[in-house]
Design a protein around this ligand. Structure first.
Ligand SMILES: Cc1ncc(COP(=O)(O)O)c(C=O)c1O
Length: 506
């Protein structure tokens, strides 16, 4: 789509609603609309092709095979897939993704999973042990996050539930705030005030709950701007949000000031510690003091903490916590009149995987407090070494003052081309935008001998390669280039949807 730069600049400054209406109108114009549709089709086809290229072809059927396959053949094929796909994460070349990954730890979690593969906490009478594991996980996490789950005070007790992951924990908390504010403050159309760096799960929550999302710009160091956050709050604000740490730049928002302000206004404050909670809780003991971010601050009223990240559990579990029982009650859903019987669930899901709860519990109690401190020290020391190596590359600049999620940008090279060069060298890093940057989230996988040194050597080589060669046509650089050149956000969304279509249709 060849839209002159000046026109783009004008169009991208239009208010959102106007731009969207203009987009719809343009789409209907005979020539422009045809051009746009042709480009979209080309893009969708190229996405399908790139997905297809990476798909395994063994045991591929157009429909369910009439006769079942032998279990031996299935297992043998899955072992082939798994063996083919595992070196990248096992050898520590992925940003985030797999947080523990040690062979013995995984074998243990798998054994626990096998014992509980049929368990469902919806039937607490059939699997009372799962219900206890869930309560234990909430209590352990509450304690680590500066709260007390055993407090005999309904307003100050820190309580919560399990969920399937960070996104669900955040959505549940936002639902709780919406319903609680409706009941206690009579607010029908509330808003959430969050820095632009907060996870998209907050947008998803706002969209789903019919709540307004107010995104506030951050400072140059990636942290929330306190004055701007305060200015965005009004009489309909349900909750303010801060991250500890933020996904893009791995920095801790000024939670102490923000939560004190929220408290003074009588509104909620949610600390999103999905990525950071299980590192920050142990950081001081590991020799890396951090500012307060949790329930030790009186204004913090809820938190999200992912056991399936640095809690080192299997994928599919997270803990959402509240200060006070009333907020947690607002998360529940009851249907007292259903012909299927009296029905209540703590969260969005009905049936839930008891095996994941059991394995999260087993992960936590097998590591113990000391195990977490040891792993936190390993992650933070490795990250410090990697950060130093990045700082030594004159073309790159680190954003903010991160601990283990390290984002870098550049004024002299195209950082997305560096991302692509790193991909050629076997690394899967994350591309960021506004500003253009790349990050590595250090996990235990990167603490293996030689990984940090290899990362540094490859990054130096990638920066050199970008200086010496012309831009390529494939990779992420052209995708981010296209995304930033598209004048309407609707077009970018369309491109993202085409990618998901391709995953299902390829
Ligand atoms: C800060 C933060 N919050 C929330 C999430 C969402 O977690 P999930 O992908 O488990 O839904 C993430 C994921 O990386 C995150 O980094």
């Amino acid at each position: 789509m060849d839209i002159p730069n000046a026109a783009q600049a004008v169009l991208s400054r239009l208010p959102k609603g106007v731009a969207r209406r203009l987009e719809v109108v343009l789409d209907k114009l005979p020539i422009v609309g045809d051009m746009v549709r042709a480009e979209k089709k080309k893009l969708a086809e190229s996405m399908r092709e790139s997905v297809r290229k990476h798909r395994p072809t063994e045991l591929k059927f157009d429909a369910l095979p009439r006769e079942g396959l032998s279990q031996e053949l299935i297992l043998e094929t899955l072992r082939t897939f798994s063996t083919r796909e595992s070196p990248m994460w096992r050898e520590g070349r992925v940003s985030g993704g797999v947080y523990h990954g040690d062979e013995q730890h995984l074998r243990f979690l798998n054994e626990v999973y096998a014992l509980y593969s049929q368990a469902n906490p919806l039937h607490a009478d059939v699997w009372p042990s799962v219900a206890r594991f869930e309560a234990d996980l909430v209590a352990f996490t509450a304690k680590l996050m500066g709260g007390d789950a055993h407090l005999d005070d309904d307003e100050q007790v820190v309580c919560g539930t399990l969920s399937s992951g960070g996104t669900e924990s955040i959505m549940l908390a936002m639902k709780a705030y919406r319903d609680h504010a409706q009941a206690t403050r009579g607010i029908k159309h509330g808003n959430i005030v969050a820095p632009v760096s907060a996870h998209p799960a907050f947008d998803k929550a706002a969209h789903t709950m019919g709540v307004e999302m107010r995104r506030v710009p951050v400072d140059g160091d990636g942290r929330a701007n306190v004055a701007a956050m305060k200015a965005a709050v009004d009489g309909s604000t349900l909750v303010m949000v801060g991250s500890a740490v933020s996904f893009p730049h791995g920095v801790i928002d000024p939670i102490e000031e923000l939560s004190a302000f929220a408290r003074s206004k009588g509104i909620g404050f949610h600390t999103d510690a999905c990525l950071g909670g299980f590192i920050l809780a142990f950081a001081a003991e590991a020799g890396f003091p951090v500012p307060k971010f949790d329930f030790s601050l009186p204004g913090v009223t809820s938190m999200s903490n992912d056991t399936h990240k640095f809690g080192y559990a299997a994928k599919g579990s997270s803990v959402v916590l509240y200060r006070g029982r009333a907020l947690r009650r607002s998360q529940y859903f009851t249907t007292p009149e259903w012909t299927g019987g009296l029905y209540v669930t703590p969260g969005f899901a009905g049936s839930r995987p008891g095996a994941l709860i059991a394995s999260a519990w087993a992960a936590m109690v097998s590591l113990g407090h000391d195990g977490y401190v040891k792993h936190t020290r390993a992650v933070l020391e490795t990250a410090r070494e990697i950060r130093k190596a990045i700082e030594a590359i004159p073309q790159l600049r680190i954003i903010g003052d991160p601990l283990w999620v390290i984002a870098f940008q550049s004024d002299v090279v195209d950082v997305y081309r560096v991302l692509d060069e790193m991909a050629k060298r076997g690394w899967s890093l994350n591309g960021l935008q506004h500003p253009s940057a790349v990050h590595l989230c250090v996990t235990l996988r990167h603490t293996q001998p030689g990984v940090a040194q290899q990362f540094a050597a490859d990054l130096r080589a990638a920066v050199e390669a970008v200086r010496d060669t012309p831009p390529a046509k494939d990779g992420m650089a052209p995708v981010y280039g296209l995304a930033s050149s598209l004048p309407f956000k609707g077009m970018v969304s369309d491109m993202l949807c085409s990618y998901v279509d391709a995953l299902y249709d390829a």
